[in-house]
Design a protein around this ligand. Structure first.
Ligand code: SAM
Length: 294
């Protein structure tokens, strides 16, 4: 089951009213959108974006009775200018970015996001776009793999992991998540025996971030939405690892220094123990909120 993270906090910060126009950059399972819709109707409009066509299809069914109140768009939120042009709505009352992958994507082994389920090594939010994790793992030079794993996974043992990938693919192409997990485990598993973290966690994070160019999307999307926010409106961003959070923090700080935004969360909001118990996905979540003031 998909439980939205920081649902109450996001709804409180967005301070919704009937008639509001709200931008959900990451529709996912529709958890945030559902609660937003309840509060902006009648008269409001929800712009619901997801890069994953399957997420859009699922939500079209889920929100069928609201089809006149929601504009569904299968787009990358980094393309905010063209999204705005398509909708014709360039004055927003609030926005939410809930970054990363959804539990639907994680649970579906066919998508190749999970190191816990065996499936094809893909990891793209939209399979029609760019290289898959399989292309990267089998086609990139060892030095490039080291850089990706180090930079986007913050994996200290990137060299060992990349070397093992290159040695393994010489024998057979690596085509499933299970094969990659075994390779990583045999290379660096022993370094993780005393940690809670799965040995393949950081390598999987690195590949996912790389194949989807996630960090550039976050920087562009969160930055470029500002001009479309009304005075007094708020942008909520939920991130799940330090690389994302750093970008959000910098974008917000720059907008605050230029006098455009007020930071409503000087320090990011983090989940309490109860939230983590109910929703383990919230474990590493951080929420930052900024208000457009001019
Ligand atoms: C954590 S889930 C969102 C969950 C949602 N807030 C909910 O309550 O159900 C993140 C979603 O963002 C989508 N996504 C990731 N990067 C994106 C991007 N650059 N543009 C649009 N959607 C993106 C993913 O496909 C995924 O469905």
């Amino acid at each position: 089951m998909h439980l939205p993270v920081f649902l109450e906090e996001v709804i409180d910060y967005l301070d919704l009213n009937p008639g509001d126009r709200i931008f959900d950059a990451t529709l996912g399972g529709g958890g945030h959108s559902k609660e937003i819709l309840k509060r902006i109707l009648p008269g409001g409009k929800l712009i619901a974006v997801d890069r994953d066509p399957e997420a859009i299809d699922r939500n079209r069914i889920q929100f069928q009775e609201f089809k006149n109140d929601v504009i569904f768009l299968n787009e990358n939120f980094r393309d905010i200018d063209s999204i705005v042009e398509k909708t014709g709505i360039d004055q927003l009352d609030g926005a939410i970015f809930d970054l990363g992958f959804s539990s639907f994507q994680l649970d579906e082994s066919e998508r190749g996001f999970s190191f816990m389920n065996d499936g094809p090594l893909d990891m793209r939010y939209d399979k029609r776009e760019g290289l898959s994790a399989k292309d990267v793992v089998n086609g990139f030079r060892e030095s490039e793999l080291i850089e990706i794993i180090r930079e986007y996974g913050e994996e200290r043992h990137a060299k060992l992991a990349a070397r093992a990938i290159v040695a393994a693919r010489k024998k057979n192409r690596i085509v499933t998540t299970g094969e990659l997990v075994e390779i990583i485990k045999s290379a660096i598993g022993w370094r993780y025996t005393r940690q809670k973290l799965h040995p393949a966690c950081r390598v999987f994070q690195a590949l996912r971030i790389f194949v989807n160019a996630e960090l550039a999307a976050v920087e562009e999307g969160v930055n470029r939405i500002f001009p479309y926010m009304k005075q007094g409106s708020r942008i909520c961003v939920i991130s799940f690892h330090s690389l994302e959070d750093r970008i959000v923090k910098n974008v917000f700080r720059n907008r605050s220094r230029s006098g455009e935004a007020l930071l409503l969360t000087k320090k990011p909001i983090q989940p309490n123990r109860d939230e983590i118990r109910i929703n383990p996905r919230a474990r590493s979540a951080k929420l930052r909120v900024a208000e457009r003031i001019v």
